[in-house]
Write a protein that binds this ligand. Structure first.
Ligand code: ADP
Length: 322
């Protein structure tokens, strides 16, 4: 392998830049010519492929978002689109590709790599932490820190007015951010897609809390919950419960911001590992972190398998909310 390209795809996540930097500099360290693809797979198809040197990635380790931009690209799902993408890689004599993204991006990478026999490595970059084969994805820790900062502030106002707050966090199909921020933010309850919670049970719990002289409560809700997130839950709870109820939807600000130390180190280690795995002849693997060691998992396994949500974490929220 002599020329490697890196791209970011799907939802952006803080720490992607730290990972791009690690990929580029590790490649250069090993005397590889490095390239960046703009806008994910869109840039592969539109030939937006630029050479990157060590300086191109200076001063980005601390920046959120991705300097390579990211996009959702429908054309890459067609064989014509992927053919054009392959021709562009050939034109630049690129013989290895690193994809930083989530499971959608990995699905595209897997198909493309099999179709054209091009070596590909994946790096898990998503705030959702929903990939098999890594304990943590790049961006998850930063998103949690952003959420608990918001919860801390919401708690100040909730406590001042004796209010019940439903705080909606990101995670359409995955409750990791909700669960972790509920523990870290000291929430009274958490609702996640992995575990069904009835409105009745929730109301019963909140009533007991009030009986115990708790005057304000925070419930963290993953966005996909009960078909409409925090708004839907709040409406249902209001029908049964006469209490001053507010909803706060945190939204896209959870995706931004300077990555935490944890995410920068994770991104740097996985970026290095992805390049070195390509150089050792690996392909269609995801570089993840398991028990603080780099681990390579087949991309098809990373996509197909799901990590079971750790029930003890849900229990912990309940124990700590008594
Ligand atoms: P994420 O990587 O965050 O899960 P998406 O699901 O939006 O994000 O996927 C990102 C991109 O990956 C898509 O816009 C598309 O270009 C590509 N992709 C996803 N699924 C496929 C597929 N089945 N075949 C080819 N490309 C795909």
């Amino acid at each position: 392998i002599e020329r490697i390209a890196v791209l970011t795809s799907g939802g952006d996540a803080p720490g992607m830049n730290a990972c791009i930097r690690a990929v580029v500099r590790t490649g250069i360290y090993h005397h590889i010519e490095m390239f960046g693809v703009m806008q994910g797979y869109q840039g592969l198809i539109q030939d937006e492929i630029i050479p990157l040197n060590s300086k191109s990635v200076s001063n980005i380790v601390q920046r959120g978002g991705t300097i390579l931009k990211t996009a959702r690209c429908m054309e890459f799902k067609t064989s014509e689109g992927r053919k054009t993408a392959y021709e562009n890689l050939q034109k630049h004599k690129i013989d290895g590709l690193i994809v930083i993204g989530g499971d959608g991006s990995f699905t595209g990478a897997e198909i493309f790599s099999r179709e054209y026999d091009i070596p590909v490595m994946g790096v898990p970059g998503t705030i959702d932490n929903d990939l098999f084969g890594t304990d943590f994805t790049i961006g998850f820790d930063t998103a949690n820190n952003t959420v608990i900062e918001a919860i801390d502030k919401i708690r100040d106002t909730a406590a001042s007015h004796d209010r019940l707050f439903f705080v909606e966090v990101m995670g359409r199909d995955a409750g990791y951010i909700a669960l972790w921020s509920a523990i870290g933010g000291g929430a009274e309850a958490v609702l996640i897609p992995e575990k069904e919670t009835s409105v009745d049970d929730l109301v019963d719990k909140l009533m007991i809390d009030l009986g115990n002289a708790k005057t304000s409560s925070i419930v963290v809700v993953a966005e996909g919950e009960h078909g409409g997130g925090a708004m839907a839950i709040a409406e249902k709870v209001k029908e049964r419960f006469n209490y001053d109820t507010k909803v706060s939807i945190l939204g896209h600000f959870q995706r931004g911001g300077s990555p935490t130390s944890f995410d920068r180190v994770l991104a740097s280690r996985l970026g290095q590992a992805a390049v070195e795995a390509l150089l050792k002849g690996y392909s269609r693997k995801m570089a993840g972190m398991i028990s603080n060691k780099v681990a390579l998992t087949s991309i098809d396994l990373a996509i197909k398998n799901k990590t079971e949500m750790d029930e003890s974490l849900i229990e912990l929220v309940n124990i700590l909310a008594i």
